[in-house]
Every structure is written in structure tokens, then in C-alpha cells.
Design a protein around this ligand. Structure first.
Ligand SMILES: [Fe+2]
Ligand SMILES: [Fe+2]
Length: 495
């Protein structure tokens, strides 16, 4: 095995993630330059951190593009995963770029980069704020500069169509896809739900008084509205999880999946919305548990597990403190209270109750477990496939999980959920559009993705259960990918 020798001129690489430092610097430096002299200690430290980070990136990656694309931030081709604590920074930075009508900044390697260069760049960025055409101003002022604005959203993320000679599928390539207005609206709703819920979570953590949740309520009602128009929209949205913000996307996904299951059970729009809010708030009580415990990679000790087991009751207390009428709150708190109770009444919170778990509680128990299994967690960076997750759940059916609801749920999500990308033995790439009946669960229907110039669009609808005249399946699945791995948004293609 060859040994790698250390680089000759080591560059001081900052400990924090470079993408996070760039994001923080791009927000912080324009503020610092307004209030401090260039020799101010804090300002100098921040300039040094920014400069070290850029130099370190230049040495490994060459040019550095910090880019906003479809409400996500990217460092070169890699999507930036912001930890929960930096979600606000990410949101503010996106607003900062949107306000200036640019798509990011491109930093070209410059050997003799000085603090003065950075200060000049930051001042130009600040000056753009008062311009009628900020993007044009920046483009002109930073022409041929080491730091320049990115003016177009012509961004290709990764490779999906692979060369046929290679054994392995390689990494997928995804082109920009053009969103439909319906899909875009649904995605905006999803982002709104994420934003509202994360804001609500923050307020709840910071205050002990009544918290207004009218906006979360409205978002969930809008989602219920679109669910009754097209179930596929919400189902495919639940696959666009943000891997980096587990708690928030988990709660939004549990809400979405619960609403879809509720709809299939024939609940009314109002009931579906109430169930959705119950799903959204099921883990609200986790804000009372130390974050280190929530994120703990290993197994809990007995004492720690006792602490974690308090969260359903904490959720109830938190819901009671929301600013809404009591009758409504009493409907909301059932699912959060019961979501870790099994159908045989084992689980927690432990009690001597004999009353069966309610319908909402049983629904949220299923969607919660499914989403937790199929998402990446600190102790399990690679998520379990939907197929394996459903297998685990089936093994609990009838004892811990309601068997009838589970059957309905499996019918609903399918082994390959709507939006999943499948690479076939024909080397075609299909996006799952339909979850078939249980008998054919491993062979869904979907659209073949076709390249058209720089975009992807849906081509022919194929049924993977289709056989030739000898009774052999015409197409077989080689690999299954999560669409967001490649920056692809299912609603753009499917709707
Ligand atoms: Fe929970
Ligand atoms: Fe949960």
C-alpha cells in the first residue's frame, strides 16, 4: 500500500467545516466592516479565518464557487449540510444573495491575497445594497476580480447517466429540471412548513410563555388542501428530506406521511389537518432534552433512556402552552402523547391504562418509525432502505404496530417510494411515479428520464412488472438512489 506524504507547504486548515466558515464570513464580514476599523481584533481574526479557509480550499479544489441553487447552498458541486445550529445562517445568507439578485460568489485562487483585498470586496458587496440594479453593479465592480458574483443559475450538480462500459453505475448526473407550477407550489409549502416549524421550535426553546403557532397551522391546512388535490405531491415531497436538519425534516415528514395515510383512511380535510399538526408536534418535547443526548451516536445508558422517554409527555406540556383554544389543543396532543406506545400497550409513557391506543396515535407511531428508520442519524449515517425498513416494521406487526394500518401504509409508500430513482439493467434511469399493489411492490411504475439539452424531463411511463412473451421481466432494477443525493427534486419531474 502506498503511503501518502504530507503536503510540502502545509496550509493551516481551520477545524470547522470550510463551507460553514465561508457562509458565516459572507454574512459577518459585511457587518464587521461597517462597525470596526481594519485593525480591530475581532475583525482581523475574522478576516484571517476567511483567508485561511479560502487558501485551504484553493489548495485542494482550485477555484471555489459558493452557490445558491433552488434554495440550497453548494460549495463547488457539493451541497452544504448545515447543522441545526447554523440553519439560520443558511437562511439569512440565501436572503442576502436573493436580495442582491445573484447566485453566489466565485473565488479564483490569488497567491498574494491580502486583508485589504478582502475588505475591498466586502465594501463593494455592501455598496451594492443601495444600487437600483445590485447584480449588475457587482458584476461591473468586481469584473476580473479574484472574488466575483455568480450571475446565472446554470448549475449542473452530478452525473446520473453512466458510461455503459463501466461495471459500477458511477455517480449520477442530474441536469436542471424545470419545475411545474403545481410542483413548485407544493415545494414552497414544504419549505414553509420547515421554516415555520423550525422558527416555532426556536421560540419554544427560548420562551416559556404562550407561543403563537397560527402560521404552522396555516401551512398544514394548505398541505391538507393540496393533498386532497393530488396525493403524489405530498408523497414525493416526503422524499426530499434535508439530511442535515434531522429533527425538523423528520417532523415535517411525519406530518406529511400521517396526512397521506389519514386521507387513505377516509378522514375529512379538517381531521387530516389536525392529524398533520399532531405529526408535526409529536417530538416537540425533545427541546427539553439536552441536545447532546438527542445527538448521541452510541446507545443510551439506562439513565439516559429514562430521560429520552420523557419526550412524549414533554410534547403534551408544550402543546398545552401553545396559543390556541383548549378544545383544539386537546385533539392535537393525542398523537404526540401516544406515538411511542405500542398496540399491546407496551412502550412509553408507561402506565396502567387499558384503553387502546387511538387511531391518530397508531398512525403517527407508524410514520414516525418509518421516517426514523429511513433517514440518516448521528449513529447511523447511511439510512436503511425503505425495503428493509418495511421488513423491520412487518416483524413488529400485530404486536407493536397496528397490522391493518401497516398494510395500508406499505401500499401507500411502496418499497420504492414515489420519487425514488432506479437504475435499470437497460441502463435507463426511472423515477418511481406510482406504488403498485403489494404483490408487485418490488416492481413499481415510473417515468424513464430523458435528457433534453441541459434539462431532464419525464419520458415514457414504464411498468417494471411487465414481462416478455417468455414470461421474463423486461426490465430489472440494478440500483436505487435517493433523488436528493443528486439535487433532483421529484415534484419537478413528476407533476
Ligand atoms: Fe418520538
Ligand atoms: Fe419522532
Amino acid at each position: 500500500m502506498s503511503q501518502t506524504s504530507p503536503p510540502k507547504t502545509p496550509i493551516k486548515a481551520p477545524k470547522q467545516d470550510p463551507a460553514e466558515i465561508l457562509a458565516q464570513s459572507l454574512l459577518r464580514l459585511p457587518q464587521l466592516v461597517k462597525i470596526h476599523q481594519p485593525n480591530n481584533k475581532i475583525f482581523v481574526e475574522n478576516l484571517a479565518l476567511f483567508q485561511d479557509t479560502l487558501r485551504s480550499l484553493w489548495s485542494t479544489e482550485g477555484k471555489v464557487d459558493f452557490r445558491l441553487h433552488r434554495s440550497r447552498l453548494y460549495l463547488n458541486k457539493a451541497r452544504i449540510s448545515f447543522p441545526a445550529a447554523l440553519q439560520m445562517t443558511a437562511t439569512k445568507l440565501m436572503e442576502f444573495l436573493e436580495l442582491r439578485k445573484i447566485f453566489g460568489f466565485s473565488f479564483t485562487p490569488k497567491d498574494d491575497l491580502t486583508n485589504e483585498d478582502i475588505v475591498a470586496f466586502v465594501k463593494t458587496v455592501n455598496a451594492s445594497q443601495n444600487q437600483p440594479e445590485p447584480a449588475a453593479f457587482l458584476d461591473e465592480a468586481l469584473k476580473d476580480n479574484w472574488a466575483a458574483p455568480i450571475m446565472d443559475d446554470n448549475f449542473k450538480i452530478a452525473y446520473l447517466f453512466t458510461d455503459e462500459s463501466s461495471e459500477a453505475p458511477g455517480r449520477p448526473m442530474v441536469w436542471n429540471s424545470t419545475p411545474t407550477s403545481e410542483g413548485e407550489r407544493a415545494r414552497k409549502n414544504y419549505s414553509r412548513a420547515m421554516a415555520e416549524f423550525s422558527k416555532l421550535n426556536d421560540t419554544i426553546t427560548a420562551t416559556s410563555g404562550l407561543v403563537n403557532f397560527a402560521k404552522s397551522r396555516r401551512v398544514v391546512q394548505d398541505m391538507a388542501e393540496s393533498l386532497f388535490k393530488n396525493e403524489n405531491i405530498l408523497l414525493s415531497l416526503s422524499t426530499i428530506r434535508d439530511y442535515d436538519d434531522y429533527t425538523c425534516s423528520h417532523c415535517v415528514n411525519v406530518a406529511l406521511l400521517s396526512m397521506c395515510l389519514g386521507r387513505r383512511l377516509g378522514l375529512t380535510k379538517m381531521e387530516v389537518a389536525t392529524l398533520g399538526l399532531g405529526g408535526l408536534f409529536h417530538d416537540l418535547g425533545k427541546v427539553d432534552i439536552p441536545i447532546e443526548l438527542i445527538r448521541k451516536p452510541g446507545k443510551f445508558t439506562d439513565l439516559e433512556y429514562e430521560e429520552v422517554k420523557k419526550h412524549p409527555l414533554n410534547s403534551v406540556c408544550r402543546i398545552l402552552r401553545l396559543n390556541a383554544d383548549n378544545a383544539f389543543k386537546s385533539k392535537l396532543l393525542v398523537a404526540p402523547f401516544e406515538h411511542h406506545l405500542n398496540t399491546n400497550l407496551s412502550g412509553y409513557p408507561e402506565s396502567s391504562r387499558r384503553v387502546p391506543v387511538s387511531l391518530y396515535g397508531r398512525i403517527v407511531a407508524i410514520t414516525d418509525l418509518y421516517d426514523a428508520l429511513t433517514s440518516s442519524r448521528s449513529y447511523r449515517p447511511i439510512p436503511i432502505s425503505p425495503e428493509k425498513a418495511l421488513e423491520i416494521m412487518v416483524s413488529k406487526s400485530g404486536v407493536e404496530i397496528d397490522s391493518l394500518l401497516l398494510k395500508l401504509f406499505i401500499n401507500m409508500v411502496g418499497i420504492y417510494p414515489v420519487g425514488t430513482l432506479l437504475l435499470l439493467d437497460s441502463r435507463q434511469v426511472v423515477m418511481v411515479s406510482n406504488t403498485p399493489a403489494a404483490a408487485e411492490a418490488g416492481r413499481p411504475r415510473g417515468y424513464i428520464l430523458e435528457k433534453e439539452k441541459d434539462a431532464l424531463k419525464k419520458g415514457e411511463l414504464v411498468d417494471l412488472a411487465e414481462k416478455d412473451k417468455n414470461g421474463k421481466f423486461i426490465r430489472n432494477i440494478l440500483y436505487c438512489f435517493h433523488p436528493t443525493e443528486f439535487g433532483l427534486i421529484p415534484t419537478d419531474i413528476l407533476l
